[in-house]
Write a protein that binds this ligand. Structure first.
Ligand code: ZN
Length: 168
């Protein structure tokens, strides 16, 4: 039997396997959505990160659905100020760790993820009144639930630094 290096690596870490099984059972609704989106973007660059399936997509925002994580190809788009402190690669890595934290929230909240995490995230990001408030009071998008929790979880489960609380 021939095995690619990729396949072997996938099953080497038992924690990644448990992560995937949990995402496909307890986190099923969002994993199904994530699979559909990842198939749509199948021509984009994809790789694995601690059991999560990462797609680098051509959008300004990033998104996590179950074990599927969609990372912007333009990490500095909303955060030009960060260019003085980080390389684009390092900043995108922090964003990846943050998004990985959302995939852990998928395991915590299970079938409630889309309502308990997805909905408040989308509203916090897109409602004009909240955008205005963030801008006026210089509040970071990453400073409140569920974003702040995603930072903490991402750091705990990857051992790497997350994005922190940059102000856009
Ligand atoms: Zn987030």
């Amino acid at each position: 039997m021939m095995h690619s290096a990729n396949q072997q690596r996938e099953y080497q870490n038992p924690r990644d396997l448990i992560y995937k099984v949990a995402q496909w059972t307890w986190g099923l609704p969002q994993s199904l959505c994530g699979l559909a989106v990842s198939l749509y973007y199948r021509n984009c660059r994809q790789y694995e990160f601690h059991g999560a399936h990462v797609t680098v997509w051509p959008h300004k925002s990033s998104l996590s659905l179950g074990m599927y994580l969609f990372l912007t190809d333009d990490a500095f788009h909303y955060y030009h100020d960060q260019k003085s402190e980080f390389t684009e690669k390092a900043f995108a890595r922090g964003l990846l760790v943050h998004e990985y934290g959302h995939t852990i929230q998928s395991l915590m909240y299970g079938p409630l993820y889309l309502i308990a995490v997805g909905l408040p995230s989308i509203l916090w990001a897109n409602l004009p009144a909240l955008q205005k408030r963030r801008k006026e009071k210089r509040i970071s998008y990453y400073s409140v639930y569920p974003e702040k929790q995603a930072n903490k979880l991402g750091e705990r489960f990857t051992g790497e630094k997350s994005i922190g609380a940059p102000i856009s």
